[in-house]
Design a protein around this ligand. Structure first.
Ligand code: GBH
Length: 459
């Protein structure tokens, strides 16, 4: 661990330090106070979809323990907390009148945070779509974009006087491709055209909600993406470079370009034509998507390397990538099997800064799964590997800033161990350990390390 008296790198003054979670991953209380079912309730109950049939019914029971959790955040010295709102608590059927009891919870949470001097950063959508909207087509339906904008306004109406920073969507790539192409996330659909429609309607929903919140006076607005730090396995191979360009198009430019430049890239549209007539892309849509944003959230975990390998099957998360191999990690990996390469984060941030200049960036998620639990004393969780991961990636952020990237803050994923989607509770991303039998929280060594980073504004 670093010596607090000699921090070797210092972040800019005002750099924002926080942690992140998401509603379905921590709240539990799945049937309380009028919450309706979401696609994750349905998916997690479908046999074979989630590890050991785990559901978010109880999760970290944060819905009931939020006061203690906020006190713990304050003890750790967090300056900001990024959490998401469960749409099915606000509109149990995904549309129509709001459920005041659902809004009450976030009202209490926001007040609790502010009372402790912690800045709330709200994400409106982190994957828990009301099931009744999915029954009407989910994100493949244009109507869902309109529904999302209505929902965003309802939440803002209640919390807008106390929440400054708003994020529309978390990782629309995951919603669209994992949810509708690979089918490994809710709603479990496997249809490339559906995935591209979902991308578009998610982006349209982002644009409509952004416009509505802007009109309502919000001044800190953005979206969180999970861009791939994709590189060709052999930079001297033309075929590998072309493979990386396609993957960059499908994961990165398909989001960055309409949001920040006002149109989808031609090569990406051309690619999508293999699966769809694009009739869902209407004149004017790209203008709606292209709303000015104040901050672009970046979630980063691991790099991607691809190479051309004629004959190989496509990656199910990237429709039309037949003949492209996604290389397995060569070096050390986390408990998810994801490769660790902090320099890839620096590269990614520099690339975004270069190709899409002018938008302040924020790391809205970064972290690692490791299984470490309490030692023999029962009170300490010596997660040395997570400390090393965070240390490396924080230095990578600092390197990017030193090279001119306008990076404004960092949110560790995650505050505490939680429901890791299709992996259930078996993967632990928290800097705080959660005992799922007792709901006891134990700050891991990484939490203490992170507290010290915040105190020093550096490491
Ligand atoms: C984030 O997703 C989520 O926002 C968060 O809720 C989640 O708990 C956290 O990260 C940890 O997973 O999926 O096989 O194609 C990150 C999702 C991780 C998606 C890396 C792409 C590449 C491997 N991304 N992943 S694969």
């Amino acid at each position: 661990m670093t010596n607090p008296s000699t921090p070797s790198v210092t972040f800019p003054k005002g750099f924002l330090w926080g942690s992140a979670t998401a509603s379905y991953q921590i709240e539990g209380a799945a049937r309380e106070d009028g919450r309706g079912p979401s696609i994750w309730d349905t998916f997690s109950r479908t046999p074979g979809k989630v590890y050991a049939g785990h559901t978010g019914d109880v999760a970290c029971d944060h819905y009931h323990r939020y006061r203690d959790d906020v006190a713990m955040m304050a003890d750790l010295g967090l300056q900001a907390y990024r959490f998401s709102i469960a749409w099915p608590r606000i509109q149990p059927d995904g549309a129509g009148p709001v459920n005041p009891a659902g809004l009450d919870f976030y009202d209490r949470l926001v007040d609790e945070l502010r009372g402790k001097g912690i800045t709330p950063v709200v994400t409106l959508y982190h994957w828990d779509l009301p099931q009744s909207l999915e029954d009407r087509g989910g994100w493949t339906s244009r109507d869902t974009a309109f529904a999302f904008a209505d929902y965003a306004q309802a939440v803002h109406k209640r919390l807008g006087d106390r929440v400054e920073t708003w994020t529309t969507l978390n990782e629309p790539w995951c919603s669209a491709y994992l949810g509708y192409a690979a089918g490994i996330h809710a709603p479990g659909v496997q249809d490339p055209e559906a995935a591209f429609k979902a991308v578009h309607h998610l982006l349209l929903g982002h644009g409509m909600a952004t416009r509505a919140l802007r009109d309502a006076g919000v001044q800190k607005l953005g979206i969180t993406l999970n861009p791939a730090a994709v590189s060709p396995a052999d930079p001297d191979s033309e075929a590998d470079v072309a493979a990386a360009h396609l993957v960059d198009g499908l994961q990165n430019r398909i989001f960055f370009d309409p949001i920040l430049r006002g149109s989808y890239p031609d090569d990406v549209l051309q690619h999508i034509r293999r699966f769809s007539d694009l009739s869902w892309l209407r004149t004017g849509d790209e203008t709606i998507i292209n709303q000015p944003i104040d901050v672009l959230g970046i979630n980063f975990y691991s790099p991607t390397y691809v190479r051309s390998k004629p004959g190989i099957d496509g990656n199910p998360t990237a429709p039309g990538t037949e003949g492209i191999e996604f290389l397995p990690a060569a070096g050390p990996v986390t408990d998810m099997g994801w490769a660790i390469e902090p320099a890839a984060l620096t590269r990614l941030l520099e690339r975004i800064h270069r190709d899409y200049p002018g938008t302040p960036l924020m790391i809205t998620e970064n972290g690692a799964a490791y299984p470490t639990g309490p030692d023999e004393t029962g009170d300490r969780v010596p997660d040395t590997d997570r400390v090393a991961y965070l240390d490396g990636h924080l230095r990578a952020c600092h390197d990017a800033i030193a090279r001119g990237v306008d990076l404004r803050g960092y949110f560790v994923w995650s505050l505490m161990d939680n429901y890791e989607w299709a992996e259930g509770y078996r993967k632990r991303f928290g800097v705080v350990y959660v005992d799922y039998h007792t709901q006891r929280r134990i700050p891991k060594d990484s939490a203490r390390f992170y507290s010290q980073v915040i105190r020093n504004n550096g490491l």
